[in-house]
Design a protein around this ligand. Structure first.
Ligand SMILES: Cc1cc2nc3c(=O)[nH]c(=O)nc-3n(C[C@H](O)[C@H](O)[C@H](O)COP(=O)(O)OP(=O)(O)OC[C@H]3O[C@@H](n4cnc5c(N)ncnc54)[C@H](O)[C@@H]3O)c2cc1C
Length: 481
C-alpha cells in the first residue's frame, strides 16, 4: 500500500461489502500521465498487493457496475488508461523471480507492476537477460506487454512476443492462465497484447537468454551517406538505431553486435555514471526549454545538443547495458509520435519517411516556426505474431518516431502532418502507447489497418468470456474496438 495515500473512504454501498476489509481504495484521486497528455478523476483508486486483491477489486467493480482500468507507470501518451470509475495501480505487485526448471526454456516470472530495473536486477544476478527492451528502465511490465512495446534488433520481435505464459484476472474475477504449448497460438497472440481489454494482468513468464556481451559502436555519419547506405548499415548489424537531431548535417548511427571480447566499459550503474547522466539530462531539458521560449534559436540549440550526445564511442558491454544505454531520459518530458511500417526490400520507404520529417522541419523553419526540437529515431525489428501489434504481419518493421519538448508551439500540427505522411506507408500503424489521437482520421485508419485482426481479437475475447459487459473498456478503446 502506498503510504502517502492513506485516505481510505468507501461509499456506504461498498462499505457493506465484506471484500472491502481486504482491498483498500482511495476516493477521487486525480491521475495524469507522465507526458501530461491525458488525465482522469476516478471514483476509486485501488492499490492491490496480491492476485487475490485483483480478483476482489474486479468483483467489487462488477457488483457496483463500474468500469475498471489499470495504470502501471503512466508513461503512455495515448488515452489507454483514463477512466472515471475504478483505477487500479499495480505498482505494488512487483515480485520477480527466475524459473529455470526447464533449462531449455528459461523464464523470468514477473508480476505486472515490476519495473524493468527490478527485472534486470534479478536477471543480472543470475546472468540472464531479456534479448531486447525499451531504453528506459522505470516503466512496468504490465504496461510494456499490454501495449506491445519494442526495442531494437533485426531478428527481435516485441516484448509481448516474449510472453511464454500470462495470468489475467477476467471480468468474473477469475484468474485465467494462457500458456504456450497449452493454449492455442490463436488465443496466445490475443492474450500477449490485449491493451488491458482481457482484464488485469497479474503476472507472466517471459523468455530470457543467458546474458552475452556486445560491441557497441556509436558514430556521427554524414546524413546523405547514411541515406545512401541505409540497407547495408541495417542488414550488416544485429541491432541499429538511427537518430537525427533537427537541422544537423549528420546522423547518430548506433549499432551493436555479439562479441566474445572482454568488457571495456565502466561498471554498469556506477553512481558517477548516474550523476553525470542526471546532470546532462537536466542541461538538455534547460536547452530545449530555451528553444521553446526563443524558437529561432532551435537550429543552433539542436546542433549544440547533438554535439553533446554520446554519439562517438566504441565499447564492449553486457547486452543489458547496450539496451539501456541512456539513463534519466524521464527527466526530459516530451511529446512523441511513433509509427510502425513494413520495410521495402530496398529501404526506399524508410528513406522517404526520414525525408518527410527533414523537409517539413525546414519548411516550418522558413516560416519562422520550430515545432520539432528533440530528435527523430528509427529502429528496425522483426515481425510480431500478436493480432494487435503494429508490427504484425509478414516482413520486418521499422519503428520511426519524432520527439519534441513538451508544449513546443505547433507540435501537434507538425507531428500530425508528419504522421499523416507516415501512415501512407505499407502496413503503417501508430504505436499504441504514443501520441496519435490528434492525427486527423486516425481512428478510421487504425480500424482499417488492423481490419480482420480486430474482429479476430474481439471474437477470441468473446469466446473466452473475458469481459462480456465491457468492464475493461474506456471511451478510447470503445471507439476503436
Ligand atoms: C521516455 C520514454 C521512452 C520510451 N521508450 C520506448 C521504447 O523504446 N520502445 C517502446 O516501444 N515504447 C517506449 N515508450 C513507451 C512505453 O514503453 C509505454 O508507454 C509503456 O506502456 C509504458 O509502461 P507504463 O508502465 O508506463 O504503462 P502505462 O502507461 O501505465 O500503461 C500502458 C497500458 O497498459 C495497461 N496496463 C498496464 N498494466 C496493466 C495490467 N497489469 N493489466 C492490464 N493492463 C495493464 C494500461 O491500462 C494501459 O492501457 C517510452 C515511453 C517514454 C515515456
Amino acid at each position: 500500500m502506498n503510504t502517502n495515500l492513506s485516505v481510505v473512504d468507501y461509499p456506504a454501498k461498498v462499505t457493506a461489502n465484506p471484500l472491502t476489509d481486504q482491498v483498500k481504495a482511495v476516493p477521487q484521486l486525480a491521475w495524469k500521465n507522465w507526458g501530461n497528455t491525458v488525465s482522469c478523476l476516478p471514483d476509486y483508486s485501488f492499490f492491490p498487493t496480491s492476485g487475490k486483491d485483483l480478483a476482489e477489486i474486479v468483483q467489487l467493480a462488477r457488483q457496483t457496475r463500474r468500469k475498471l482500468r489499470v495504470v502501471a507507470q503512466g508513461h503512455s501518451w495515448s488515452a489507454l488508461v483514463p477512466t472515471n470509475d475504478i483505477l487500479v495501480y499495480i505498482k505494488d505487485l512487483d515480485k520477480v523471480e527466475m524459473d529455470v526448471t526447464d533449462p531449455s526454456n528459461p523464464l523470468v516470472v514477473v508480476e505486472s507492476g515490476a519495473t524493468i530495473k527490478q527485472v534486470n536486477d534479478v536477471l543480472e544476478g543470475h546472468e540472464y537477460a531479456l534479448p531486447f527492451n525499451v531504453v528506459l528502465e522505470s516503466v512496468r511490465f504490465g504496461g510494456l506487454i499490454a501495449t506491445g512495446s519494442h526495442g531494437s534488433g533485426w531478428e527481435n520481435d516485441t516484448l509481448s512476443d516474449l510472453v511464454n505464459w500470462i495470468e489475467i484476472v477476467d471480468a468474473q474475477g477469475e484468474i485465467r492462465r494462457f500458456e504456450e504449448g497449452v493454449t492455442s497460438e490463436e488465443v496466445m497472440n490475443a492474450a500477449r497484447l490485449h491493451l488491458g481489454m482481457f482484464g488485469i494482468t497479474w503476472r507472466m513468464g517471459l523468455k530470457v537468454k543467458k546474458s552475452w556481451r556486445v560491441k557497441t559502436v556509436d558514430e556521427r555519419r554524414d546524413f546523405d551517406e547514411v541515406m545512401q547506405n541505409m540497407k547495408e548499415i541495417v542488414l550488416g548489424n544485429e541491432s541499429v538505431d538511427l537518430f537525427w537531431w533537427p537541422f544537423c548535417e549528420q546522423m547518430w548511427v548506433k549499432r551493436w553486435n555479439k562479441t566474445e571480447a572482454s568488457i571495456t566499459a565502466k561498471p554498469r550503474k556506477s553512481w558517477w555514471e548516474y550523476a553525470s547522466s542526471w546532470v546532462t539530462a537536466h542541461i538538455g531539458n534547460a536547452v530545449w526549454r530555451l528553444s521553446g521560449h526563443i524558437p529561432p534559436l532551435t537550429p543552433f540549440l539542436s546542433r549544440l545538443c547533438f554535439a553533446f550526445t554520446p554519439s562517438r564511442s566504441k565499447k564492449v558491454v553486457d547486452i543489458v547495458e547496450a539496451i539501456h544505454y541512456r539513463r534519466c531520459i524521464e527527466v526530459n518530458k516530451c511529446g512523441c509520435v511513433e509509427i510502425a511500417f513494413k520495410i521495402d526490400p530496398d529501404f526506399a520507404n524508410v528513406k522517404q519517411a526520414i525525408l518527410w520529417v527533414k523537409e517539413k522541419a525546414e519548411a516550418y523553419a522558413q516560416e519562422g516556426k520550430f515545432p520539432f526540437n528533440v530528435t527523430m529515431n528509427l529502429r528496425f525489428v522483426a515481425n510480431s505474431t500478436c493480432w494487435l501489434s503494429p508490427a504484425y504481419g509478414e516482413g520486418h518493421t521499422c519503428y520511426i518516431e519524432i520527439l519534441s519538448h513538451t508544449r513546443q508551439d505547433r507540435w501537434e500540427a507538425f507531428s500530425a502532418e508528419v504522421a499523416q505522411e507516415w501512415l501512407k506507408l505499407k502496413g503503417a500503424k501508430p504505436h499504441w502507447a504514443k501520441e496519435f489521437q490528434h492525427i486527423p482520421g486516425v481512428i478510421d485508419h487504425i480500424k482499417e489497418g488492423y481490419g480482420n485482426n480486430i474482429a479476430r481479437f474481439n471474437a477470441i475475447k468473446k469466446d473466452l468470456g473475458m469481459d462480456p459487459e465491457g468492464m475493461f473498456m474506456n471511451p478510447f478503446l470503445q471507439e476503436v474496438f
